[in-house]
Write a protein that binds this ligand. Structure first.
Ligand code: F6P
Length: 341
C-alpha cells in the first residue's frame, strides 16, 4: 500500500508522534510505502512530498511541531483539490491519505473523501474542541504549559499585590481556560461559551483583598467576550479562513480591572508558547495510538472515517459526524469549579 500523510492547520504537540507511529506501523508491519506531503494540503496540490521511511522518523517522538510543515488552506484551493481528486490519486499512486488536523483540516478531509479520495483522518488540536473524540492530543500539553505559567504568576502576583489576567488559546471552546484555570486554582475564569461580567471579577478581587489575600489570577480564553453593555470591547473582523480577528481580551480586561479596582492588573498573553515544544507523555501516547489505528483502518479499507478516543478506547468514527459541530464546554463542567465565571 502507498500511504500519503499530511499535517494541516495550526501545529500542535504530538504531530510528529503520529507521523512516526504511522510510518512504524505501515512500514514495519505491512511493508507499505509512506510519503509525506509538505506544508499541509498545499503539498498535495503543488506535488511537494517526500518519502518517509524509518530513518526519516527517527528521534521525532518527543519533538514539538511537525517535520512535514503545516499551513491553512484557502477555500478556493480546497475546491480545486476536490475537483481534481481522482487525478491526484492517479498521479501520486496513493491508496490512502491520512490528513492530521483540526476542524478545518477534517472538514477538508471530509470534502476530499466525498470527492472520492480514500481518506482516514486523525484529529488534532490543542483546543480539544472536536466532537466525536473525548480528547485530542496537544490539549494536555497546552493545559500543562498554561497551568505552570499560572503557578508561576501566582507567586509574583502575591509579592506585588497584583491582579494577573492570563490569556490562553481557545477561539470558540474554553477547554484550555477551564482545565488550566482549575488546575492552577485561578480565581476567575472567562470562557467563550459564557459572556462574563467584569463586575463579578471586581467583586471577587475586592473580597479577596478584604480577606487579606492581596492578589488574584484570572484566566481568560482568547475567544471570551464580556456580556453586552458591561465593558467596551468590540467584535473583530472575520479573516480569509473564517476566523474572527481577536481584539486582545486579556489586555482589555486587565485595563478594565485596573481602572475599576484602582489596583495594578497586568495582562499576560501565553499565545503560541502553549503550542510549541515537547508533548507530554499523555499526548505522545494518544498521538501514537491514533497513528497506529489510522494505518489499521486504511488496511481494512475504512475510509471517510477518523480516529477518536472514547473512554480509553480508540475507535473509528465517520468524518461527517466529527465536523458537524464543535465540542464546547457544557454548563455542568463550569459548575464544578469554584472560580468566578
Ligand atoms: O486552533 C488552535 C489554535 O491554537 C487556536 O486556539 C488559536 O486561536 C489559533 O490556533 C491560532 O493559530 P495561528 O496563530 O497559527 O493562526
Amino acid at each position: 500500500m502507498r500511504i500519503g500523510v499530511l499535517t494541516a492547520g495550526g501545529d500542535c504537540p504530538g504531530l510528529n508522534a503520529v507521523i512516526r507511529s504511522i510510518v512504524h506501523r505501515a512500514v514495519a508491519q505491512y511493508g507499505d510505502e509512506v510519503i509525506g506531503f509538505e506544508d499541509g494540503y498545499r503539498g498535495l496540490l503543488d506535488s511537494h512530498f517526500r518519502s518517509l521511511d524509518l530513518d526519516a522518523v527517527g528521534g521525532i517522538l518527543a519533538r514539538g511541531g511537525t517535520i512535514l510543515g503545516s499551513s491553512r488552506l484557502e477555500r478556493d484551493r480546497l475546491r480545486e483539490a476536490c475537483e481534481n481528486a481522482s487525478d491526484m490519486i492517479r498521479d501520486f499512486g496513493i491508496d490512502a491519505l491520512i490528513p492530521i488536523g483540526g476542524e478545518g483540516t477534517l472538514t477538508a478531509a471530509r470534502m476530499l473523501s466525498d470527492a472520492g479520495l480514500p481518506v482516514v483522518g486523525v484529529p488534532k488540536t490543542i483546543d480539544n474542541d472536536i466532537s466525536s473524540t473525548d480528547r485530542t492530543f496537544g490539549f494536555d500539553t497546552a493545559v500543562t504549559v498554561a497551568t505552570e505559567a499560572m503557578d508561576r504568576l501566582k507567586t509574583t502576583a502575591e509579592s506585588h499585590q497584583r491582579v494577573m489576567v492570563v490569556e490562553v488559546m481557545g477561539r470558540h471552546a474554553g477547554w484550555i481556560a477551564l482545565e488550566s484555570g482549575m488546575a492552577a486554582g485561578a480565581h476567575g475564569i472567562c470562557l467563550p461559551e459564557r459572556p462574563f461580567d467584569p463586575a463579578d471579577l471586581v467583586k471577587m478581587v475586592e473580597e479577596r483583598f478584604a480577606r487579606g489575600k492581596k492578589f488574584a489570577v484570572v484566566c481568560v480564553a482568547e475567544g471570551a467576550h464580556p456580556a453586552e453593555g458591561t465593558m467596551d470591547y468590540g467584535k473583530g473582523e472575520i479573516d480569509q479562513y473564517g476566523h474572527e480577528r481577536f481584539q486582545g481580551i486579556g489586555t482589555a480586561l486587565a485595563y478594565e480591572l485596573e481602572k475599576r479596582l484602582g489596583k495594578e492588573a497586568k495582562p499576560v498573553i501565553l499565545g503560541h508558547v502553549q503550542r510549541g515544544g515537547t508533548p507530554t507523555a499523555y499526548d505522545r501516547v494518544l498521538a501514537t495510538r491514533f497513528g497506529w489505528h489510522a494505518v489499521e483502518a486504511a488496511h481494512r479499507g475504512e475510509f471517510g472515517m477518523m480516529t477518536a478516543l472514547r473512554g480509553t478506547d480508540v475507535v473509528m468514527v465517520p468524518l461527517a459526524e466529527a465536523v458537524t459541530e464543535l465540542k464546547t464546554v457544557p454548563k455542568g463542567r463550569m459548575d464544578e469549579t469554584e472560580s468566578v465565571f
